[in-house]
Design a protein around this ligand. Structure first.
Ligand code: MN
Length: 294
């Protein structure tokens, strides 16, 4: 059993390195020992592009993924926050099935795959769904229909929660639409230490989302990184063999990341958070209260 995992390609986004990912898929097609290929979310970017158009545009990539499947490789697609909408694509005739998380057993070891928004307190499912659905290429991405929808959403919020104003929604939207390289700068160690606490005995936990690839010292928590040029390094992938993870940067030249990180202590993010985010934090906590099941 040999598993390859990639995430956060953000296909459709201007800085997505689609050419490199296509080349990577071509290389995988040449390999004979690959048994499982896991796409770990944010493969297409439905927050920035039309949810259906982005698949048409990426059909060359989709074809390469399906070619692996035809070769007998088991292909899995775990939804991320930027492509959460794929969970609604449940037609059994579709060539790819989508899931919220995935577990695979390799002898005594269980590999558990999640995208990682689960560890990011700013990501809430209603917002993820919403942002995937409002994008349309017709108006030139996000500044268009989204504000119309936000306004109508705001009216609903105002009725439920009078203190929730347009500025709150705008602040959340603006913050969430920023790339993780910027948005998660302050909370990265918190997300990573949360992930490290989540890993159960006998399990290797694999996640993406932050665009910062790593393997922890215990080698039971792995982040897949990204295929977005904004991140350094990018074009990273994880290989799982006999319960052991390895992390590589796709070449040329191919390079292994051998450093092991310890996130278990988790630096105090609060100290480093800028006060500029306070308004957004307040708005988010209001939104959380509205959406939280009571
Ligand atoms: Mn993500």
């Amino acid at each position: 059993m040999r598993v390859i995992v990639t995430s956060d390609h953000h296909l459709g986004y201007a800085n997505s390195d689609k050419a490199a990912f296509n080349a990577f898929l071509d290389e995988l097609a040449q390999e004979n020992d690959l048994t499982h290929f896991v796409l770990l979310g944010d493969v297409v970017d439905m927050w920035r592009r039309d949810a259906s158009g982005v698949f048409l545009e990426a059909q060359d990539t989709v074809k390469k993924i399906l070619a692996l499947k035809s070769k007998g490789v088991q292909v899995f697609y775990v939804a991320g926050n930027h492509d959460y909408h794929v969970l609604d694509l449940n037609n059994p005739n579709y060539p790819i099935t989508f899931s919220k998380e995935l577990t695979l057993n390799d002898g005594p070891v269980t590999y558990r795959f999640v995208h990682g928004y689960e560890f990011d307190p700013e990501q809430k499912v209603p917002f993820m769904r919403f942002l995937c659905r409002v994008m349309s290429d017709a108006g030139g991405a996000l500044e268009n229909q989204i504000w119309v929808d936000f306004n109508s959403l705001n009216n609903i919020f105002s009725k439920i929660e009078p203190s929730f104003v347009k500025a709150d929604i705008a602040a959340i939207a603006a913050k969430l639409q920023r790339g993780p390289e910027v948005r998660l700068k302050d909370s990265l160690s918190k997300i990573n230490s949360r992930a490290c606490q989540e890993a159960k005995p006998g399990e290797v936990l694999i996640f993406g989302h932050t665009h910062i690839p790593f393997i922890n010292k215990a080698e039971n928590v792995v982040n897949t990184g990204s295929w977005v040029k904004d991140s350094d390094p990018h074009n990273t992938y994880v290989e799982l063999v006999n319960g052991k993870p390895r992390l590589f940067i796709f070449g040329p030249p191919k390079k292994e990341i051998t450093e092991r990180k310890d996130w278990s202590e988790g630096e105090d993010d609060e100290k480093t958070s800028s006060t500029a985010t306070t308004t957004t934090q307040k708005a988010l906590s209001k939104l959380r209260n509205i959406f939280s099941p009571k």
